[in-house]
Design a protein around this ligand. Sequence first.
Ligand SMILES: [Zn+2]
Ligand SMILES: [Zn+2]
Length: 548
Amino acid sequence: MAQVEIIPLGGCGEIGKNMTVVRQGDEILVVDAGLSFPTEEMHGVDIVVPDFTYLTENAERVRGIVLTHGHEDHVGALPYLLEEVHAPVYGTELTIALLKRKLQERLRAEHLDLRVVSAGDRFGIGGFEVEMIHVTHSLADACAIAVHAEAGVLVFTGDFKFDFTPIDGRQSDMSRFAELGDEGVTVLLCDCTNVESPGWCPSERTVYAGFEKVFNEAPGRILITCFASSVHRIQQAFDVAKQFGRKVATAGRRMEQNISMAAAIGRLRIPDETLINLNECDKYSDEQLVILTTGTQGEPLAALSLMAKDEYPRMQIVPGDTVIYSAKPIPGNEAAVWQTVNRLFRQGARVVYGPDEGVHVSGHAYQEEIKLMINLTRPDYLAPVHGEPRHQHHLVSLARDMGYSDENIIVMENGNRLVIEADGAYLGEDVVCGRVLVDSGGFAGVSDEVLRDRRNLASDGVLFVNVAIDSDAGKVVGKPELVARGLPASDGELDRLREHIYDALAALSHAELRDTAAIHHDVSDLARKFLRKEINKRPLVVATVTDV
Ligand SMILES: [Zn+2]
Ligand SMILES: [Zn+2]
């Protein structure tokens, strides 16, 4: 019986860039291919994707990529992965519909083999049997994935919660999880994002009451910002607008596109005569209007961010407007989000945000739901994923309380290789993994060195040092020239540095002064060390050597 390996390339010990390899013999299946967002010190970096060298090296072995749902942290790296690895992509209708346009923008048609599957489907991919199991989440059409391999059954929960009153009436498929538990689950890879929250995650439906309260109090227009992919949230916005006799307009391209796409595939029911064009708003009074807008993460070019700066050509914020912030900042985006919120207040709007207002709920299971998932599937091994180390740690203690022993709880990091054989599981040798930084131009591969230079430049500025050498004569010509920008050093300090470099060069032999490459290196090094020691600064140092 062939062993099966589970190798997370992203999403373990972090929230974001979920991507897991399942390997059986010479065949590979990939579950999700997501991105994460840069931290604040990653200057000029737009997105972060997993380092999938392991997959490019094994490209011909990849039989398929299966997606749990359409959130960026599960699908955002696909355009990059599909450039290197040509394999069919499987996902539910909404997942594929959300992806399609983005993939078409970047990839040639022959690299796109998108296959729509449905919850409840069970199909073969190479030697694997793959099963899609419906779960509730903040995004519709989300699935857990069961992989039936020779050495056992692996269950990936994907992002899930147990919402017993879902907007589309489709509950998490508890009975299938229970059946799998009866049949025997070898490993459960469980979403542990909200494991610190006791109890049960509130139902998506509770947001309606939060909206209703705001609608009752709003004197003028109501703007609602949420993820453009959150069709259930958007559904509730339409329904509450209808209840209050308001029309709904959209601001932001992605919002507009997703609403028409979701309505076309039956995932969104737009009440009759509710949706209007943004240009038609002046036909209605302020208290007859709702505007659904993009910009939950303070993205600089999103409609709401532009409105907050009074730079959105199609609409201005006016006193009396109410803005419902129906989302949560993703870690790393907090500063941009609060800046937008502050600007909206400054424009005279009232912004409704935060956990006490009831206008947003999470899409991830709380403690009791995680326990329920473990109880239904009763896996031999439990692996916490979709969480930082603190979340993984909490899941371990929760599982201990449920009677799991430590050898049956496997805390993985990215690049670990969990080997499962018929009689047990163990961690094998790691594979190459890490992160790849993609800049705003779509260039993948901003190195750590470039990042360090940008960080130094941002915090301590730049120093240009030019030295003139007469290499034929083997001597230094004049004193070095120094130009500093953004470096808080006094003229006196720079004068001392100039003398320091000059003295060091003057002490060199004729032969040493002929080696301009070595001088270039030495000058940079001298300047860096001097500034670090004397004024505790680490600017970017750019040295040039001119041979006169
Ligand atoms: Zn998600
Ligand atoms: Zn996720």
